[in-house]
Design a protein around this ligand. Structure first.
Ligand code: C2O
Ligand code: CU
Ligand code: CU
Length: 466
């Protein structure tokens, strides 16, 4: 079975003309940027860079319409690209809520094919989970209503229609869903302009500069990086402590994040929220669906300094930080962060073999087939193995889990895999074990490979918490 070729988004003349004024306004911004660069009297840096886009934030409390539709956006430089977007922005609006708040969101499908939205990392019941069985047709709507009942974390949302997810995500449909809570507040972490979501992904453009989806050999690898939908982005920073909420939003690519000046990140969180304690670390690998929460300290750096966020794997420059303003920032770098209660004493073990590019335990996904049942409240050990074709970023819906071991292959666990996770990277030859306990809802959930082409080809399984 082949993954969908995805939507063919043609640029419409109407969309292009409508964007003409936007385009010239942005060209003026681009000129300012160029002269600012010259004024630094640094070695010549011929590359023009564009201001990092930060999507609008949406609070919970009022009902909110979220429309998935073709759109034209500026990836940088004022040229408009045809993409798919939630409410016209790429990434989509960042939702932000707290435990006890209710999300009332109506998804509208303005795409020419079916879609459904999954709230990745959100602990919600089956009806709110964006299972592909609930995919809505073009013109359809789906009403979500769920109460936030989990700790602070960076979660996200993206399409989940069977066999169409890869194309819709690659063409632009994804956004952040941030939960804050009292435990996190008490740490006094950087906030406001000093807390920045970074959705890191790769992309390919056609000759007209529009996003295109061209999966090859079981995975889509784009030719350029985008951060928050901006190509060659820069961010002006103060001499302050910053908190970056990083989401790997690629279909298949793994990023090896590092800073060009060799400074470490202070890693404070991952998929499921805060770690037990902060870790200084020079490189962090993130695979599709994984998140990391890092602090970067620009204090003590002279104005005019630039530091690049790099991807050590592809050798890509992802985002240039430009230290532009001297401030005094007393924010402490925390060490102790949270209490992680370990899951223990699993009552049973399940083995899942990620086979080829399209099967789990020998079976291709069938939306109507339930593959296993998990008793509510039981701690279980799940063992992930593979016979090749990795990476397989393994993802579970319905609850976060704890990673307890990796043998063979890389043969170790990494600091960003401590605490609570909902995606864990399984590479060739590796065996990865997790402990998992479903204690929020009964109902049907998904286990799948988050390499979206594998997911679309059928490397996905339905199970029911009973
Ligand atoms: Cu991020 Cu089932 O997906
Ligand atoms: Cu998910
Ligand atoms: Cu896979």
């Amino acid at each position: 079975m082949r993954p969908s070729k995805g939507l063919n988004v043609a640029i419409s003349r109407r969309g292009f003309l409508a964007g003409a004024t936007v385009s010239s306004a942005l060209l003026v911004v681009g000129a300012d940027v160029a002269s600012g660069t010259n004024a630094l009297a640094a070695p010549p840096a011929p590359q023009t860079r564009y201001p990092l886009y930060v999507p609008p934030t949406v609070g919970l409390g009022n009902s909110y319409n979220l429309d998935a539709a073709p759109a034209t956006v500026d990836l940088g430089g004022g040229n408009l690209s045809s993409v798919l977007a939630y409410n016209g922005t790429m990434p989509g609006p960042s939702f932000r809520g707290r435990p006890g708040e209710t999300a009332l969101i109506t998804l509208g499908n303005q795409l020419p094919e079916e879609t459904i939205t999954h709230w990745h990392g959100m602990i919600v019941d089956h009806e709110n989970d964006g299972h592909p069985v609930y995919a809505i047709p073009p013109g359809g709507t789906y009403n979500y209503s769920f109460v936030i009942n989990q700790r602070a974390a960076l979660n996200w949302y993206h399409p989940h229609p069977h066999m169409l997810t890869g194309g819709q995500v690659a063409l632009g449909l994804a956004g952040a869903f941030i939960i804050n809570d009292a435990e996190e507040d008490a740490l006094g972490l950087p906030g406001g302009a000093y807390e920045v979501p970074l959705v890191v992904r790769d992309a390919s453009l056609d000759s007209g500069g529009n996003l295109k989806y061209t999966p090859k050999g079981g995975g889509f690898l784009g030719s350029i990086p985008l951060v928050n939908g901006t190509r060659e982005p820069y961010l002006n920073v103060d001499t302050a402590l910053y908190r970056f909420r990083v989401l790997c939003g690629s279909n298949a690519r793994i990023f090896g994040l590092a800073l060009s000046n060799g400074a470490p990140f202070t890693l404070i969180g991952n998929d499921g929220g805060l770690l037990a304690s902060a870790v200084q670390i020079g490189q962090i690998d993130v695979s599709p669906g994984e998140r990391v929460d890092v602090l970067v300290d620009f204090r003590g750096l002279p104005v005019g300094t630039t530091i690049m966020l790099r991807d050590q794997r592809a050798g890509w420059d992802l985002l240039e930080f430009r230290v532009t303003q001297q401030v005094s920032d007393p924010t402490p770098v925390p060490t102790a962060l949270s209490t992680i209660t370990p899951l223990t004493n699993p009552v049973r073990t399940r083995v899942f073999s990620f086979d080829g590019m399209s099967r789990i335990n020998g079976q291709v996904y069938d939306v109507n087939r339930i593959d296993f049942e998990v008793p509510f409240g039981d701690v279980e050990l799940w063992r992930f193995v593979t016979n090749g074709n990795a990476p397989h970023p393994v993802h579970v819906h319905g609850t976060p889990f704890q990673v307890v071991s990796r043998t063979n292959g890389r043969g170790q666990l990494f600091p960003w895999e401590s605490g609570w996770k909902d995606v864990v990277l399984l590479e060739d030859r590796e065996t990865v074990e997790i402990l998992i306990q479903f204690s929020a809802y009964r109902g049907e959930y998904l286990l799948h490979c988050h390499k979206l082409e594998h997911e679309d080809m059928g490397m996905m399984s339905n199970f029911v918490v009973v």
